[in-house]
Write a protein that binds this ligand. Structure first.
Ligand code: UT7
Length: 383
């Protein structure tokens, strides 16, 4: 019988900016309080990117960490998926910026937009490309610079979100486990409940769209809350069932870190005790696509994930969208520390990738310059 291919998670990495913005800091900017934010959301502080940091720079740091854990060189990557609602540009894709910086010469690269559910959507797509035998190594990144699209005068939104990035590396394996199932969903009729309306083809950026604040996130929090409390448990149940598991088999539930009340409601719906639920939103707020991979990395750091464990990741977000996946953690846990010479080699490799990228850019400029110069010479000779 031909052996099956599984998509195992073999690498993980995260990056969060060092700048911390506390609830008390926010209370100095908008009409809110630490007490309101803590009791209504569970958030205590969030991270804010420095001006020089962007979604791609944070993605690159998380990606390098994931590749280091797995001891996989960038040349072995087949595909890079960056899931984000705050790309560096509308195009080129942030994934291409990451591909270039890593020196992942063989990799395809694209961005995936599915609101805060993007990361689980990305895991679904990436794992299927591995299970079907198309690819060996797929890097899925969730990264956001949400501070850049916040209206810092709108207390309904600015207290909720934060910046950061996380990455998981999926690899083909014949060891059973890894991504066992996933479910993806959408209800576009709720698109206006959480929206960034400006800058697209409907409302191209103009002085008017800026004056109207269309470049900021707008949200109907109450409606999104209602949707989230209903859909999280439902999506998780579907993924658990599709994996042939029962709710009692779940060892750790890693939900999208949006609001502690939403997480508690989902756990209650699933009849899961809170000690089986991973929560870190008090430190980072809602980092959208980055929230699940950052939580995943911290669950590993805190030794909350053991070999053979069944994990369920579930998310909801703008679209409206939802997504859930069931994962069986590989046995044994592949986390040997890379030797110092290998780490040095990696650093040299990244400098080399930077150099090659600059060389290519210069070559293109010279090519254009030479084309123009040759045209001028021909024109001169003909004239
Ligand atoms: O990844 C998906 C992203 N979106 C979400 O996860 C959002 C889901 N929704 C939520 O998490 C909650 O709905 C919120 C945290 C946004 C709001 O909590 P809530 O318990 O649903 O509050 P509310 O919207 O019903 O507002 C209650 C009151 C309002 O005042 P009035 O109308 O009762 O006088 C708000 O104006 O709280 C007021 N309020 C605030 N007060 C202090 C809203 N934001 C704040 C604030 N500080 N930051």
């Amino acid at each position: 019988m031909p052996s099956r291919t599984y998509a195992q998670i073999v690498g993980w990495g995260k990056y969060v900016p060092s700048q911390v913005l506390t609830n008390d800091d926010l209370a100095k900017i908008v009409d809110t309080s630490d007490d309101w934010i803590r009791t209504r959301t569970g958030i205590v502080e969030r991270r804010i990117a420095e001006p020089r940091e962007t979604t791609s720079t944070m993605s690159i740091k998380a990606a390098r960490a994931a590749l280091q854990v797995a001891d996989v060189t960038p040349e072995r990557l087949d595909l890079i998926i960056v899931t984000t609602a705050t790309p560096d540009y509308l195009f080129p894709a942030t994934a291409c910026l990451v591909q270039d910086a890593l020196g992942a010469r063989r990799a395809g690269a694209f961005d995936l937009l599915a609101g805060c559910s993007g990361f689980v959507y990305g895991l679904g797509v990436g794992s299927q490309l591995i299970i079907s035998g198309v690819y060996q190594n797929v890097l899925v990144i969730g990264a956001e610079t949400l501070s850049r699209i916040m209206d810092w005068t709108d207390r309904n939104t600015c207290v909720l979100f934060g910046d950061g990035a996380g990455a998981l590396l999926l690899q083909a394996s014949d060891t059973p486990g890894g991504v066992l199932s996933f479910t993806l969903g959408a209800d576009g009729s709720g698109g206006d409940l959480l929206i960034l309306a400006g800058g697209g083809s409907r409302h191209p950026a103009s002085a008017e769209t800026v004056a109207q604040g269309l470049h900021y996130v707008r949200m109907n929090g109450r409606q999104v809350f209602r949707f989230a409390t209903r859909i999280m448990g439902q999506a998780a149940k579907e993924a658990i069932q599709a994996a042939g598991l029962k709710i009692d088999d779940v060892d750790l539930f890693i939900p999208h870190q949006a609001n502690i009340r939403i997480i508690q409601a989902a756990a209650k719906q699933l009849r899961l005790p809170m000690d089986k639920v991973f929560v870190n939103l008090e430190r980072y707020g809602n980092t959208s696509c980055a929230s699940i991979p950052i939580a995943f990395c911290e669950a590993i750091e805190e030794e909350r994930i053991k070999p053979g464990d069944h994990l369920v990741l579930v998310s909801f977000g703008a679209g409206l969208t939802w997504a859930a996946t069931a994962v069986q953690w590989p046995v044994p846990l592949p986390a040997p520390r890379l030797s110092s010479w290998k780490r040095l080699l990696r650093r040299v490799g990244y400098r080399w990738a930077w150099f090659v990228s600059r060389l290519r850019r210069t070559y293109r400029k010279l090519n254009v310059w030479w084309g123009r110069a040759a045209g001028r010479i021909r024109g001169h000779n003909n004239g």
